[in-house]
Design a protein around this ligand. Structure first.
Ligand code: ATP
Length: 319
């Protein structure tokens, strides 16, 4: 059942510092959270609604953010971005929120909290989450190319596979697994984020995008054909995500139009083997891209296989 996250944080315990991300529906700030009791400060990422969002409907945007927070709240996994809490309602210093209309059109710049004024972003729910200091995976892979070897690639792949297996074991499908939704917290640690599209398995499987923007190049054949999103279709996307990791952040099917990609997938074509990708690893990717979802590898199997490849690599045996 849909509910409201139970971890409420006061807005004035959260300081917004710098804009670090701009998504379709939300914008993300780097900031810090100060625990009232312990006075401990910790770095956080804060997601707020875009006030020029697609619909311009702030209430709806807030509802989506709350749903995302509710989903995130249920997860505790070393490779899933952790929700710390949410801020709702007007800034505590303001008695009435009759001025909230102004704040809808307020600038996107963070303001230092001041007890006598409404915070300019207070009309939006804030999702306060663990900060990934090294940012987006794709940029990281491109920037740090020199230190990203097969060992790091296998490690990253294993971590995202384990996050996916964890979601599946809890009855969730992510529906948008892709390198663009992976964040780097340290040189050897990756975390899955962006739960805006994820759903309980029991919920309606047929999905229609509000924006019409579906991640076609990451989608399994049954998602393309019937908009079916399941644990198995997540595995297909996970395979594409691992391919992106092996390609140092290059997106799949570069320069090929969506409808051409759909034709290729229907004809049984798959993404090519990345240079230097061991055959055993490429065989695993192909097992994740099997057309019939019932014969596709599972996320847990992928995780174990990646662990095995990593062990072999570290012990000097050929993969
Ligand atoms: P879209 O719908 O386009 O995928 P979105 O509105 O759901 O985007 P996110 O993808 O969640 O927003 O976040 C936008 C960007 O903000 C990310 O690509 C990333 O650069 C940054 N970001 C998000 N969460 C964090 C975090 N926890 N730590 C560091 N950076 C983050």
């Amino acid at each position: 059942p849909m509910g409201v996250p139970n971890t409420f944080l006061e807005r004035n315990s959260v300081q917004l510092e710098e804009l670090i991300g701009d998504g379709l529906f939300g914008i993300v700030y780097r900031g810090s959270y100060t625990d009232r009791r312990t006075h401990r400060r910790m770095p956080v990422a804060v997601k707020v609604c875009k006030d020029d969002g697609e619909t311009g409907d702030l209430e709806l945007a807030n509802k989506f953010l709350l749903e995302e927070a509710y989903t995130m709240q249920q997860f505790r996994h070393p490779h899933v971005i952790r929700l710390m809490g949410i801020c709702t309602g007007p800034h505590p210093g303001k008695a009435d929120d009759s001025s909230s209309d102004d704040s809808r059109h307020s600038p996107k710049h963070p303001n230092n909290n001041n007890n006598n004024v409404m915070h300019p972003l207070a009309a939006s729910v804030w999702i306060v989450m663990e900060l990934a200091p090294l940012g987006e995976l794709r940029t990281y892979l491109q920037r740090e190319r020199a230190i990203i070897n097969l060992e790091v690639q296998l490690l990253f792949a294993k971590q995202i596979a384990s996050a996916t297996a964890y979601l599946h074991s809890n009855g969730f499908v992510h529906r948008d697994i892709a390198a663009r939704n992976c964040l780097v917290t340290s040189p050897r640690c990756l975390k899955l984020s962006d739960f805006g599209m994820s759903k309980m398995l029991a919920e309606e499987e047929v999905y229609t995008s509000s924006s019409g923007k579906l991640p076609i190049k990451w989608m399994a054949p049954e998602s393309l054909n019937y908009r079916r999103f399941t644990a198995q279709s997540d595995v297909y996307s996970l395979g594409v995500c691992i391919w992106e990791i092996l390609m140092h952040g290059i997106k799949p099917w570069q320069g090929i139009r969506n409808h051409e990609v759909i034709k290729k997938i229907e004809a049984g074509e798959t993404l090519a083997r990345p240079p230097d990708c061991p055959l055993a690893l490429y065989d695993m990717l192909r097992a994740m891209w099997v057309i019939d979802e019932n014969f596709r590898m599972t996320a847990a199997e992928a995780m174990h296989f990646l662990e095995h490849l990593l062990d072999e690599l570290l012990s000097g045996k050929p993969a």
